[in-house]
Design a protein around this ligand. Structure first.
Ligand SMILES: N[C@@H](CCC(=O)N[C@@H](CS)C(=O)NCC(=O)O)C(=O)O
Length: 123
């Protein structure tokens, strides 16, 4: 039964991901210098996610629109990034943004929090 529910969830997630792909629209345009600055800053960020998770799709969509090609880490079963997420952030919940700071690492959960953080910092 659990397997069937997971299968349906993943199938729905893939459909949402496909709809997102065809409807996501345009990326924010920056000057080459500004985009280079963004590229440097996002080296310290990574998004722990599942491909078919609707909250991850929402977050990836916002990242796409903000033109933030942040590294994505697949945290599904069997991936080493899953253990990293658990050890670093304290729980398996995606999306989670890993933020490297001068004084340590922050693990930011909640899609809305992640999107607000990125909007404040990059838009
Ligand atoms: N309120 C959270 C919900 C996130 C959430 O429920 N994520 C699910 C995946 S869609 C999750 O990580 N579940 C834990 C698991 O599958 O092990 C958000 O907006 O980010």
């Amino acid at each position: 039964m659990k397997l069937l529910i997971n299968l349906i969830r993943n199938l729905l997630g893939c459909i949402i991901a496909a709809i997102d792909f065809v409807t996501r629209g345009f990326k924010l345009k920056r000057t080459a210098e500004a985009q280079q600055q963004v590229a440097t800053e996002i080296e310290k960020l990574s998004l722990y996610q599942f491909f078919a998770c609707p909250f991850c799709i929402k977050t990836r969509r916002a990242m796409y629109k903000m033109n933030l090609p942040i590294v994505k880490r697949n945290a599904s079963q069997g991936s080493p990034y899953r253990e990293e997420l658990l050890q670093g952030g304290g729980k398996i919940q995606t999306p989670c943004l890993r933020i490297e700071k001068d004084d340590g690492v922050e693990w930011l959960y909640e899609s809305s929090e992640i999107i607000s953080y990125l909007e404040k910092r990059f838009v």
